[in-house]
Design a protein around this ligand. Structure first.
Ligand code: GDP
Length: 364
């Protein structure tokens, strides 16, 4: 599955947000096998109204949403790259995530101490990014050393890695994150394997006070500007509201949201923004037993999409019987779609589309 790491300076609302996220997911879907894998790792259901529609049409006994993993990565402080705070352990945790949800304090509250003694989310973002850049520089220098012998021996992969690491180092030394490097298609895979911290896509989470939840405030407006300039994304959320909502049942929650001038929970927006940031899409499998959503990267071919369910589905892939979501709904399900000629047999080169309802045929 896909993983988002929650980072941010101390006291910005990370734990509040993480608790709200994991608790809501458990409450929303009673049959959803929610699990807290470790104290700081939680799986959340990706909200998708299409799944319920499909399940209603097919009279599926169960709906199973697709999931996203959130990791609460505590301990990032100024000096982390030099071993302050949790230091290196924390950096290792970030290496493993697909994207970073960076929580920024955009609320004023004299009772909650700010580590720098002021509310300035753009400066905070900079502090964290600087630590990540320093960590990248340090790891690149180590890796370049380690590659020397292989490069001299003419090892092709090592030569490619060295070239890419040097490109990254050059921009980092100018104070820019490695994500600004323009990478050719033939280098894309090796580049990703470098797992540099500052190549991960970032979603800024502006944590605003309750009264600013619907509108944002001057702080979140500055973050929005910064995010746009960097090509990153942002969402406005009030972690405190989300925590309160996560303790309500769904109807109460809806009323509470309406009172606050919100039409959906901030967490749903957050999860969806993460989905978009990672260029993820959803396809469905629908039957009488269950209707289920599955996550793929956009541009995934049918056999690899099948592989998300099971490796055997990918290895033995024959074809995918495919119905577009709109056709499935408009024609009242699989039978109707079939009769209308809207069920297509797609082969190995078919690129799955968001919302496709798929049935895989495979050799065992
Ligand atoms: P972390 O250190 O980043 O995990 O921060 P916490 O989630 O522990 O929050 C630090 C403190 O800020 C706690 O006392 C929270 O109740 C408080 N807090 C979090 N979000 C908000 C908010 O939106 N408004 C206000 N006033 N306080 C908040």
């Amino acid at each position: 599955g896909f993983k988002m790491g929650i980072v941010g300076l101390p006291n910005v609302g990370k734990s509040t947000l993480f608790n709200a996220l994991t608790r809501t997911a458990a409450a929303q879907a009673a049959n959803f096998p929610f699990c807290t894998i470790e104290p700081n790792v939680g799986e959340v259901a990706v909200p998708d109204v299409r799944l319920d529609k499909l399940a209603a049409i097919a009279r599926s006994k169960q709906t199973i949403p697709t999931r996203m993993t959130f990791v609460d990565i505590a301990g990032l402080v100024k000096g982390a790259s030099k071993g302050e705070g949790l230091g290196n352990q924390f950096l290792a945790n970030i290496r493993e995530v697909d994207a970073i949800a960076h929580v920024l304090r955009c609320f004023e509250d004299g009772d909650v101490t700010h580590v720098e003694g002021r509310v300035d989310p753009v400066a905070d973002a900079d502090t964290i990014e600087t630590e990540l850049m320093l960590a990248d520089i340090e790891s690149i220098e180590k890796r370049l050393q380690g590659l020397l012998r292989k490069v001299r021996g003419g090892d092709k992969d090592a030569v490619q890695q060295e070239r890419l690491l040097k490109q990254a180092l050059a921009v980092l030394e100018q104070g820019q994150p490695a994500r600004v490097v323009a990478v050719d298609a033939e280098d894309a895979k090796a580049w990703k394997m470098l797992q540099l911290l500052t190549t991960k896509p970032v979603l800024y989470v502006c944590n605003v006070g309750e009264s600013d939840a619907a509108t944002g405030n001057e702080h979140s407006a500055k973050v929005a500007g910064m995010a746009a300039a960097q090509g990153n994304a942002h969402v406005i959320i009030s972690a405190q509201i989300e925590e309160e909502i996560s303790q309500l049942d769904p109807e109460e929650a809806q009323m509470f949201l309406a009172e606050m001038g919100l039409d959906e929970a901030g967490l749903d927006r957050l999860i969806r923004a993460g989905y978009e940031l990672l260029h993820l899409e959803t396809y469905f499998t629908v039957g009488p037993k269950e209707a289920r959503a599955w996550t793929i990267r956009s541009g995934t071919a049918a056999p690899q999409a099948a592989g998300v369910i099971h490796g055997d589905f990918e290895r033995g892939f024959i074809r995918a019987e495919t119905i577009a979501f709109d056709d499935f709904v408009a024609l009242g399900g699989e039978q109707g779609a079939k009769e209308a000629g809207k069920m297509r047999a797609e082969g190995k080169s078919y690129v799955v589309k968001d919302g496709d309802v798929l049935y895989f045929l495979f050799n065992t």
